[in-house]
Design a protein around this ligand. Structure first.
Ligand code: C2O
Ligand code: CU
Ligand code: CU
Length: 574
């Protein structure tokens, strides 16, 4: 590539090594393993106290102790102000409404939404209005979408998880200027699954996404229809998408991250479910299918269901990012990192009428373990150096719920009995052909010179650090340093398989399901995989594609602050 020191690659990102940042970042950042705490602005104190009351624990927002386990909480369902808004359940129009998007052109207009700074994609079809519509498309069908930009800044839409040629991928290397439009036309080459679309203008992806500019893509095929028939699932009734999304209520929809937030990620002071704060949903005593997307900028969730007496409610994992698993996996909790999706079945049949179930994110050590001193032995792969300079200064001042803090997300109220539904079919979809083992391409995730990096590099729109031969099947070995953070690594254009996890940290220990260190969510097709500090994750990618000529994709962290900061590499596929 003719470049000298790869650490000095020119780039367009936000440079955290600038003096301002060094002067403003907190010394508290430098303690490995600690969660960075918030400072409480006096104006935010009452709101925070209320939030703490709802969260029911002093561990919630400040001073979370790694490893501390929250005891079974009292019945927080009774807390005044909590769970008093019905969950927004998408229907045939309106917000997240299901819009049949194959067989006719669709116009998505990116525009301000309401008066408080929110953004949304608006659409109109058959005389109905949609906001951030759920695009429903059949596998194999053709789609034509016109993106109209009515924002005051450039944008572009990316179809996260879909197999796509570069021209339609919306990777941010060509932008749609304000007032302009762009026509996408592509065939849906993916199997059934829940995918999503969101903006991808480099440097502004986080800002636009956190203001609400994103929607779901539901691809349907025969496996999908078979499952729905077997379980008598009806979208909008017993099959419901749950989109988790961080928000700061005060002031709403303003994105002005501090230097610390650019480093660790932007976290809200509440988490919305389908754009609703702490909602409830009335259910009957039968299985419900929930298709969950983490649309937050940076937060990882440790999702679990429990009854109001604290007893866990086990559930079945039906699918992952790229659709249904071969077989349902019994689970009690699942980690969900930014951009990941899970498809779960929760049976309320065993819960008494009048009872409650909570969807919560349980407390965990978020492992924001930035380097403070030379890495401990084993902290870096042999023979590699790791830059230990870390910004220092006070922590940011915005109230937020820290990553790893417990969160009560959604309350289910069991309202009536229901007729029994059989268990799901033993086989949900055909087994995937195993991908052959190949030479490993190493990818190291680390922090140096004030920035998160992949193989010591940051994003450069003119460089191609990863070149894949046409028709290749590759094994990627993604290793994260011990002194790091969890990184949600995402590849555009291809679904992949997780082959193996090694040296996984404590939060994963109880979740391992096989002798290759994998967890339940590793058993399906993935486009995003969370790699914890100190962990190695091996994935297999089949790069065969039907597109004429070379294609260029992106491999990046889906912590949107890390992505916008340049933790992203281009991948050329011949
Ligand atoms: Cu969901 Cu490159 O992104
Ligand atoms: Cu993507
Ligand atoms: Cu990251």
């Amino acid at each position: 590539m003719g470049r000298g020191d790869p650490l000095n690659t020119p780039d367009q990102g936000i440079d955290l090594s600038s003096t301002t940042v060094s002067e403003t970042l907190g010394s508290r950042l430098s303690i490995p393993g600690i969660t960075v705490v918030m400072s409480i602005a006096s104006t935010g104190r009452r709101r925070l106290l209320r939030a703490l009351a709802v969260l029911g624990a002093g561990t919630a927002v400040t001073g979370f102790t790694p490893g501390a386990r929250k005891p079974a909480a009292p019945d927080l369902c009774a807390t005044p102000g909590a769970f008093d808004t019905p969950l927004h359940v998408p229907g045939g129009d309106g917000r997240m409404g299901r819009l049949a998007a194959d067989g006719r052109p669709v116009v998505l207009r990116a525009a301000p939404y309401g008066r408080d700074g929110a953004l949304a994609f608006a659409a109109r079809a058959d005389g109905r209005d949609y906001v951030d519509p759920t695009l429903v498309v059949g596998a194999g069908k053709r789609v034509e979408i016109r993106l109209e930009n009515r924002l005051g800044e450039p944008t572009v839409a990316h179809w996260h998880g879909l197999t796509m040629d570069t021209a339609n991928d919306g990777n941010g290397e060509a932008l749609v200027e304000p007032g302009n439009s762009f026509d996408y036309a592509f065939a849906v080459r993916n199997r059934a699954g829940l995918y999503w679309y969101h903006p991808h203008p480099h440097g502004a992806t986080a800002a636009q996404t956190c203001r609400g500019l994103f929607g779901l893509i539901a691809v349907e095929d025969d496996d999908e229809l078979t499952l729905r028939a077997a379980l008598s699932l009806v979208p909008g009734e017993t099959e419901i998408p749950l989109v988790l999304h961080d928000r700061r209520a005060n002031p709403p929809h303003r994105y002005s991250p501090s230097a610390e937030e650019l480093l660790l990620g932007w976290y809200g002071d509440e988490v919305l479910v389908n754009f609703t704060p702490r909602p409830y949903l009335e259910v009957t005593g039968r299985p419900y299918r929930f298709r969950v997307l983490n649309a937050g900028n940076a937060r990882n969730f440790r999702l679990a269901f429990r009854r109001d007496d604290g007893a866990p409610v086990p559930f079945l994992l039906l699918g992952t990012d790229g659709g249904l698993l071969e077989r349902a996996q019994p689970c009690t909790e699942v980690f969900l990192s930014p951009a990941e999706r899970i498809d779960v079945l929760v049976d309320f049949a065993g819960i008494a009428v009048g009872g409650y179930v909570l969807l919560e994110s349980r407390a965990f050590d978020p492992m924001h373990a930035l380097p403070a001193r030379p890495a401990e032995p084993g902290g870096a792969p042999a023979g590699e150096t790791h830059d230990m300079r870390i910004p220092a200064g006070p922590v940011g001042a915005s109230p937020h719920v820290a990553d790893g803090a417990p969160l009560q997300l959604l309350q289910f109220r069991i309202r009536a009995r229901a007729t029994a539904v059989p268990p799901p079919p033993a086989r949900l979809s055909a087994a995937a052909a195993p991908l052959p083992a190949t030479d490993e391409r190493p990818l190291r995730l680390g922090f140096a010179k004030g920035r998160w990096r992949i193989n010591d590099r940051v994003y450069d729109m003119t460089a191609v650090p990863i070149v894949v031969a046409r028709n290749a099947i590759e094994t990627w070995l993604i290793r994260n340093y011990h002194t790091s953070m969890p990184h949600a690594m995402h590849l555009h254009g291809f679904q992949f398989r997780v082959l193996e996890r090694e040296t996984s940290p404590d939060p994963l220990a109880s979740l391992v399901v096989d002798n290759r260190g994998r967890i339940a969510t590793d058993l399906g097709w993935k486009d995003t995989v969370l790699v914890w500090p100190g962990e190695s994750v091996k994935i297999a990618i089949d790069f065969r594609h039907p597109f004429a000529g070379e294609q260029t994709y992106l491999f990046h962290c889906h912590n949107l602050e890390h992505e916008d900061g340049g933790m992203m590499l281009r991948v050329k596929v011949g």
